[in-house]
Design a protein around this ligand. Sequence first.
Ligand code: HEC
Length: 139
Amino acid sequence: MKQGLILFCIAIFLSCQSEKEKKPENGNNIYKPSEMAILMSKMYAKNAENKQLILSGEQPLEFPEEFTNIHIAKLTDPNDRTEAFKDYSDYYLSTLNKLFDDSAASLTVKHNNIINSCITCHKSTCLGPIPKIKKLYIK
Ligand code: HEC
């Protein structure tokens, strides 16, 4: 019971957008997401789209160049961009590249490898969206 509560607190602490961060300090109450948060939302949408394409037997055709911005997009917390973060970013981009090469693995496997790479990074930086990201797996 106690342990559950502690885990819960850790999860709240680690989830990348605490309520405090959502409240802007300059008095206007429009929450402004970081460049990285916006990029992540696009990555999420693209993967949801790819999942549907693959499920209907089609192949995603174009490598989304914009997603290489994962290396430069401004983070809510700039301290998140550690050496490990850069490695996770490269790992993500390499799994994304494989979706567009002509290697033998099935599109489903390639897609799920991308989702694994999302989750690998999120486990170390940003736990909050993991349940949502898991929905992108093709079962
Ligand atoms: C290299 C690490 C890394 C990888 C890889 C990564 N993420 Fe993220 N993600 C983050 C961080 C850090 C944030 C918080 C960004 C911020 O607040 O500036 C985030 C935020 C998010 C959010 C919340 C965005 C919002 O509106 O606040 C979603 C959804 C998300 N990521 C989905 C994904 C998906 C889907 C993938 C894979 C296609 C992915 N992420 C890959 C680190 C990563």
